[in-house]
Design a protein around this ligand. Structure first.
Ligand SMILES: Cc1cc2nc3c(=O)[nH]c(=O)nc-3n(C[C@H](O)[C@H](O)[C@H](O)COP(=O)(O)OP(=O)(O)OC[C@H]3O[C@@H](n4cnc5c(N)ncnc54)[C@H](O)[C@@H]3O)c2cc1C
Length: 373
């Protein structure tokens, strides 16, 4: 005998955990299915930290979503009784002609966000920990910072359970089929049934989406940790940072708990045939390159990495997310293609998906994220 749920969420990572909570909170009976352990290192939600920035250079329409996400992170912190969002500030260093700086200014102006502009000649005095080319400018956002990533997923999972959601780990979904009574979700040992289905399968989305030529690619990204120097840490007030360099957009986090400075490059890494493919080729070279860039621009940091971890980006062609109803099944919803910048939005994506599924529309406009390729 199969239980029938109001909603099934496939994938309990960053987005699925948040959506399961917000759906259950609205009184729906929710089943969440995760193919691996809950909170794991094979997808996109590991590595300790994620940046959160508000004056979003990628597209100004993300700003209302980030503002709501910041409130929801705060609510979740209260519920979980632990810190999830740390307002360390984020400084972006870039040449004057940088599209990144132009994008930050545009979003800040449109949404009246406070930013601090630092001219090239004042950079060394304002940010003495960093060394950039002479013409580089900076924009500092004091109320931005970073999120504790695994803890955030755990907090959403705990909150979903408290609202009555049933969450199953090591339960891979093999397929789903719609029929007149609802949707069957097929696992190896059992088939579950629901009225509405939400696919939050991250890097595994293409195979599950049942959309021909689904426009996502999976890229292997490297995050590496380096020994910093005394005083370059969150406790001392050091900010998160990003460099818009000719060799790519790089970003990093000051030491948080003695585990080192995390540093990574946001350019697309090695393209994989599938999320299950593991290819270690070139990792050593990538880590070495990261160490070189970091040592050059944060003097005093040791360029030998303490450790490095792979993580997956699920990229769309224009690097904007895909959040929409399935084109051929109106009871099925897609949330994927977070293109290496989705984590900060997790609670608001969960909330807006719940509104879309319960009320037929989100309360914050998200049309620019509809399936469009
Ligand atoms: C190195 C790195 C740095 C990043 N930095 C930032 C940052 O600074 N700021 C930011 O905002 N974002 C950042 N991101 C992006 C952010 O982490 C991702 O956009 C976000 O985690 C994507 O969430 P998701 O739920 O789509 O994927 P995931 O969190 O990976 O969740 C998908 C889940 O679905 C499960 N699943 C898949 N298929 C099935 C199936 N068939 N059955 C059951 N379960 C299934 C998977 O196992 C997985 O747990 C970064 C990502 C990486 C890799």
């Amino acid at each position: 005998m199969r239980d029938k749920f109001d909603a099934i969420v496939i994938g309990l990572g960053s987005m699925g955990s948040a959506a399961a909570y917000h759906l259950a909170r609205r009184g729906l009976s929710v089943l969440g299915l995760e193919q691996f352990d809950l909170v794991h290192t094979k997808g996109s939600h590991h590595g300790a930290t994620r940046l959160i920035r508000k004056a979003y250079f990628e597209h100004p329409d993300y700003v209302p979503l980030i503002e709501r996400a910041s409130q929801l992170w705060g609510d979740l912190e209260e519920q979980a009784q632990r810190e999830l969002l740390v307002q360390s500030g984020v400084v972006i260093f870039a040449p004057p002609e940088s599209a990144v700086l132009a994008g930050v200014r545009h979003s800040a102006a449109l949404h009246e966000l406070p930013i601090e502009e630092v001219r090239a000649e004042l950079l060394a005095e304002r940010f003495p920990d960093f060394a950039l080319p002479k013409d580089y400018e900076a924009i500092f956002e004091a109320d931005s910072g970073f999120l504790h990533v695994e803890a955030g997923v755990r907090a959403h999972l705990d909150a979903a359970r408290e609202e009555g959601a049933v969450l199953l780990d090591n339960k891979a979904v093999l397929a789903w089929n719609k029929h007149a009574q609802g949707i069957d979700v097929v696992c190896e040992d059992l088939t579950y049934c629901c009225k509405q289905l939400l696919l939050c399968a991250g890097a595994w989305s293409a195979s599950l989406s049942d959309v021909e030529h689904f426009p996502i690619q999976v890229h292997r990204q490297i995050q590496a940790w380096f020994k910093g120097r005394e005083g370059f840490d969150v406790k001392s007030g050091s900010p998160c940072f990003a460099f818009d360099l000719p060799q790519g957009f790089h970003y990093g986090f000051p030491d948080i708990d003695g585990s080192g400075i995390k540093f990574a490059c946001h350019e697309k890494g090695l393209c994989l045939k599938s999320a299950d493919e593991r290819d270690a080729s070139g990792i050593d070279d990538e880590v070495k390159a990261l160490g070189g860039v970091l040592e050059k621009h944060v003097p005093g940091v040791s360029k030998a990495a303490l450790r490095a971890r792979e993580c997956l980006y699920t990229m769309t062609p224009d690097q904007h997310f895909i959040i929409d109803q399935h084109p051929e099944a109106e009871q099925v919803f897609l949330a994927t293609g977070f293109s290496g910048h989705g984590y900060k939005f997790a609670p608001v994506i969960g909330e807006q998906l719940a509104e879309l599924m319960c009320n037929g529309a989100p309360s914050i406009p998200m049309d620019f994220l509809k399936l469009r390729f």
